[in-house]
Design a binder for this molecule. Sequence first.
Ligand code: FMI
Length: 333
Amino acid sequence: MSTSKSQKGDFDAVRADIKALLKQPEYDDGSAGPVLVRLAWHSSGTYDINTDTGGSNGAGMRYEYEGGDPANAGLQHARVFLEPVKAVHPWITYSDLWTLAGAVAIEEAGGPKIKWQGGRTDYVDDTKILKHKIAGRLPDATQGADHLRKVFYRMGFNDQEIVALSGAHTLGRCHADRSGFEGPWVNNPTRFSNQYFKLLSTLEWKPKTLPSGVKQFVYYDEDTETELMMLPTDMSLLADPKFAVWVRKYGADKELFFEHFADVFSRLMELGIQRDANGNITNTDNQLGGYISAPKKANEPGLKKNAGDEGLPVAEADGLEQRNAKYQARAKL
Ligand code: FMI
């Protein structure tokens, strides 16, 4: 991690410091990358094309309403990993930092180059996420193909793109204390590849009920003595004939998967973002507030208890109140 502060807009300096934090020997499989990719996706996947609400502008997960959505359980680890980067480059918005970190993590794991543009702004209060009911918009892994279509079509994606995006499950793992599911999809979960599709389409996956009652699919790999897993939604990609075509194509052709994945992931990061011909973001949040980088949030993952307030949880975005008041006053002018 560099010690010098960068100039506003020097995204290469931020990239370098994100790269430097990816190796985390004590965490999961030794990398912060997978959970950073998930943070980037969950911050963008709230988009609704019909109402043009949600998406990667705002970094709404700093507020309890969105951050506390059960779908986002565990993502505080990703946000905390990025705090030292925010400290060294305080000018960057969280919404840019989170999406850039996802792109860098994919590239550094051996994945394709992801096109990424900056300029997102951070909400200065939670008005928009409350008004547009942003929580509850992410997909549910216990469901099937119909549900995936409903949620991803709402973001504006098609069947091929749903399958390509799901290929990100070649990275990382499930955690019983976050989603309820447990284990990695592949043997080498810190390396980006098309292994997820290969394994999904060639191995014999058996249903397994975890002690908690959660149902997933597993395959015991004798060579590495590792139990691999698939979510019910992953299995639905294979069971649905239209999805299955792409599962097999991507399993057989890594280049094709990389090309399609890079394209769809960079569009995922742009959901809810409008740009002019020069690439400058024109969302009204930005016009009113400029490139607002939110103040630093708590260092501790999750909520902390505050002794003075009857044990009420303190949101990660605590401390924004004064700034919110100023913004509200300016917005009314
Ligand atoms: Fe996935 N995911 N994902 N995922 N995801 C993870 C982990 C995980 C679902 C469910 C799900 C996408 C889509 C979808 C990604 C990347 C992406 C977990 C385990 C679950 C249950 C969470 C945990 O920690 O227990 C679906 C089925 C429902 C939301 C779904 O549609 C997409 C589009 C992407 C990015 C392109 C990654 C990298 C991980 C690993 C996270 C980690 O902490 O290791």
